[in-house]
Write a protein that binds this ligand. Structure first.
Ligand code: 4AD
Length: 467
């Protein structure tokens, strides 16, 4: 076969070389009957192709006319020679041009697309500037973007966001494998709620009531009972709650871990510390291009974090809020506003936007959470925050059937519905703990994006099942 070159690989070193490339026609500019420009795009890269009618190059005026008749976003193949431009190119990522010898349309896009990609790629600042200059530009709303996601995903920022997401997931796996965790897959068709509460998607399982797993919680703990000292899972999580917010999805990707605890549940916090510092470093060092691309459309400040992750008790958090004038019920949960405010206070005082808040009141945690040994009104549990929003919740778990039954009952759960889970702890079960992270939230908050739908490829929220 012929040798194809990726558009992102076209650089000055390729000058003079004959290449074959494929891309989407992002812009088509007729100059005269004898000349036209076509900008081709392949994922995050663009290159300018130049057509000049000339007998020497075998380019006819018909070929130039054919090029100018292409519809935007059509898939186009070009054979040509790489050349250096006379002036720096502002409109393309690649700083070379292609002198076209042959051009083929592989598949035509409809003439008028429901989303204009140029508009969909602009930053808010660009819109404002254009407005001040009296120009009329069309903002593409979130719903329109999601309705036509197959086009919307082509914007440079979206191309970058999902590359970042892939890197976070990969780093998560790498890190756990390096710490002797075993990757598992727990069932997603299960018989009842795993987090307590009623927010599950119900279905029929061969005539038996069932639901989609709210988390791998019960099964990852049973895997620990099954003799795996440390496990992790990457998989879908289903939540049926009717939360129409910027940070809730009905289906998201859960990154979960569960491990034996030898002496103290801070061993779990140490894993989180190592894991997230490694992820942040990796993104900052190895994904510069992606981060810059996101920054161009959605400007953000790099995340502030410490080499050793800050840990504060829940009580200290409440105290900081109190001193700043926010009254909080000391044994209640933090609401979204309080979390945001605490995030700002911690950033001011400790210079970090990533921290662990531990020792939560037992009453606000799920039934499987281990109460504190010294004061059972509190629990061996924690949440982790990025930029004042929760990304992780975790805890030591109860590992004796008696206490587990008691706590389930106190939390209004009929222990007989989770009998096989509770029994698992009567066959010899080590102390253990773990945590769950939402992948979409990590990417959203690392990049300070304002909506979790931006970091879900095809988001599922209470209103959306299509596309
Ligand atoms: O806080 P959650 O519900 O905790 C659990 O599922 C526990 N089983 C975890 C554990 O091991 N103790 O969910 C964990 C994380 C949250 O911190 C958040 O990042 C994410 O999952 N998350 C959501 N992400 C998107 N949409 C939603 N509706 C989410 N609910 C939770």
């Amino acid at each position: 076969g012929r040798v194809w070159t990726g558009i992102g690989d076209l650089d000055e070193a390729a000058a003079g070389r004959a290449v074959l490339i494929r891309g989407a026609a992002q812009a088509i500019r007729p100059v005269s009957k004898k000349m036209a420009f076509v900008v081709l795009r392949q994922s995050m890269s663009t290159v300018q192709c130049v057509l000049v009618a000339s007998a020497d190059a075998g380019v006819s005026t018909q070929m130039v006319r054919f090029a100018t008749s292409l519809s935007k976003e059509s898939i186009v193949d070009v054979e040509g020679v790489v050349s250096l431009p006379k002036e720096p190119l502002k409109a393309t990522t690649q700083q070379v041009e292609i002198q076209v010898r042959k051009i083929y349309c592989i598949n035509r896009a409809i003439p008028t697309l429901p989303i204009n990609l140029e508009d969909a790629s602009r930053s808010e600042a660009e819109f404002e500037k254009a407005e001040q200059a009296g120009e009329k530009l069309v903002r593409v709303g979130q719903d329109t973007r999601l309705n036509f996601r197959a086009i919307d995903l082509r914007t440079p920022a979206n191309q970058a966001i999902f590359r970042i997401q892939c890197q976070v997931e990969n780093k998560f796996r790498d890190f756990f494998l390096s710490k002797n965790f075993v990757g598992i897959h727990s069932p997603k068709l299960i018989s009842g709620s795993s987090e307590g509460g009623a927010a599950v998607f119900k279905l029929q399982y061969n005539g038996q009531p069932a639901c989609l797993a709210q988390s791998p919680q019960l099964y990852k703990q049973m895997a620990i009972c099954g003799g795996f000292e440390r496990v992790f899972e990457v998989g879908p999580v289903f939540r049926a709650e009717n939360s129409n917010t910027h940070r809730h999805l009905c289906e998201f990707v859960g990154l979960d871990a569960e491990m034996e605890i030898k002496e103290h549940y801070f061993e779990v916090c140490d894993i989180i510390d190592g894991l997230f510092v490694a992820i942040f470093k990796h993104l900052n060092e190895n994904c510069k291009k992606e981060l810059e691309t996101i920054n161009r459309q959605y400007p953000f400040e790099p995340l502030k974090y410490l080499e050793k992750t800050l840990k504060l008790t829940y009580e200290e958090g409440i105290q900081m809020l109190k001193e700043a004038g926010t009254e909080i019920e000391p044994m209640g949960d933090l609401n979204t506003e309080a979390e945001k405010k605490l995030g700002r206070l911690v950033k001011e005082k400790y210079g970090t936007e990533f921290f662990i808040l531990y020792r939560y009141p037992l009453a606000v945690r799920p039934f499987y959470t281990m109460p504190c040994y010294d004061n059972p009104a509190y629990s061996n549990s924690f949440d982790v925050f990025i930029r004042g929003e929760e990304i992780i919740s975790g805890a030591q778990r109860i590992h004796t059937p008696e206490l587990l039954t008691k706590r389930a009952t106190e939390c209004g759960i009929d222990a007989s519905t989770i009998a096989s889970y509770i029994e698992s702890f009567s066959y010899g079960a080590p102390p253990h703990g773990g945590f769950g992270v939402g992948l979409e939230r990590v990417v959203m908050l690392f990049c300070a994006l304002n909506n979790i739908r931006k970091t879900s490829l095809f988001p599922r929220d209470p209103q959306r099942l299509v596309p």
